[in-house]
Design a protein around this ligand. Structure first.
Ligand code: NDP
Length: 256
């Protein structure tokens, strides 16, 4: 049911952090993984790790905020693999400033990388992900939201707006493309230890203590904590699951 053998999974931002955590899960489940990000050297390292698990993985360079670059990414992936079954919109960034200090350009760059990118990738991937109703598994889109899909963040207004938007985009895609046997779901990670949040810990005073105090599991998440839900949402096991937003947060969102 969770078998991904014969499937092709493209993960934006799959060269590190949460993206790589999910990509390794896909490789273990048998998928061929395409890692798409900007930093070619970092992507090469990720591909090595994926190949060590038996995945015929490769990397593509992309700027997910650029329409032409996204189209080229999808075209190249399909050209090389002959198919695309699973699209994970994971690439993301943050600029941590309160509203009154955030420049319009900064607002746009966060929205472009975190939200517009998911629209562009889904639109470009759609012709390849759609399949007949009676296919053995649907085409899968997994969008990465955040706890800020649920809560505001005084220090990250553009980021939280982008992640709130991810949930509504996911629902819209899910309802529009159900007829095409595409399931679209969001994962809402809690606080996961990655480069992104290491920087946040440096920039936001007291963040580490606040996260630990509020997370019932009593620890930061690790990238591989996302792999199980990602494999579920990528596999035939989730063929009747669509439009959801699943927290993977050690319980962060269940208490005030
Ligand atoms: P990282 O900074 O480790 O990873 C971000 C990834 O996005 C990198 O692989 C980076 O690769 C890629 N990326 C950034 N900008 C672009 C771009 N313009 N085009 C293509 N790729 C890009 O962060 P995380 O792993 O923590 O974050 C991954 C996702 O998870 C993000 O969407 C983030 O918002 C979300 N998230 C993270 C949480 C956490 O606690 N860590 C919590 C909730 C959500 P490269 O630089 O090579 O382009």
């Amino acid at each position: 049911m969770f078998d991904l053998k014969g499937k092709v999974a493209l993960v934006t931002g799959g060269n590190g952090g949460i993206g790589l955590g999910m990509a390794l899960g896909f490789a273990r489940a048998g998928a061929r993984v395409v890692v798409a990000a900007r930093d070619a050297a970092k992507s090469a390292g990720a591909v090595e790790q994926l190949k060590a698990l038996g995945s015929d993985a490769f990397a593509l360079e992309v700027d997910v905020s650029d329409e032409t670059s996204v189209q080229a990414m999808i075209d190249q992936a399909v050209q090389r693999c002959g198919q695309l079954d699973i699209l994970v919109n994971n690439a993301g960034m943050n600029i941590r400033k309160p509203v009154e200090k955030l420049a319009l350009m900064e607002w746009h760059s966060v929205l472009d990388v975190n939200l517009t990118s998911a629209f562009l990738c889904a639109r470009a991937g759609y012709p390849h992900l759609k399949r007949p109703r009676d296919a053995s598994a649907g085409g899968k889109i997994i969008n990465i939201g955040s706890m800020t899909s649920l809560f505001g963040a005084s220090f990250a207004p553009a980021y939280s707006a982008s992640k709130g938007g991810i949930v509504q985009l996911t629902r819209s895609i899910a309802s529009a493309w159900a007829v095409d046997n595409i399931q679209a779901n969001a994962i809402l990670p809690g606080w996961i230890d990655t480069e992104l949040t290491r920087q946040a810990r440096r920039e936001v005073q007291g963040l580490n203590e606040r996260v630990l105090a509020r997370t019932p599991a009593g620890r930061w998440g690790r990238p591989h904590d996302l792999a199980g839900v990602a494999v579920f949402l990528a596999s035939a096991a989730s063929d009747f699951v669509t439009g959801t937003a699943i927290p993977v947060d050690g319980g962060y969102s269940i208490q005030a």
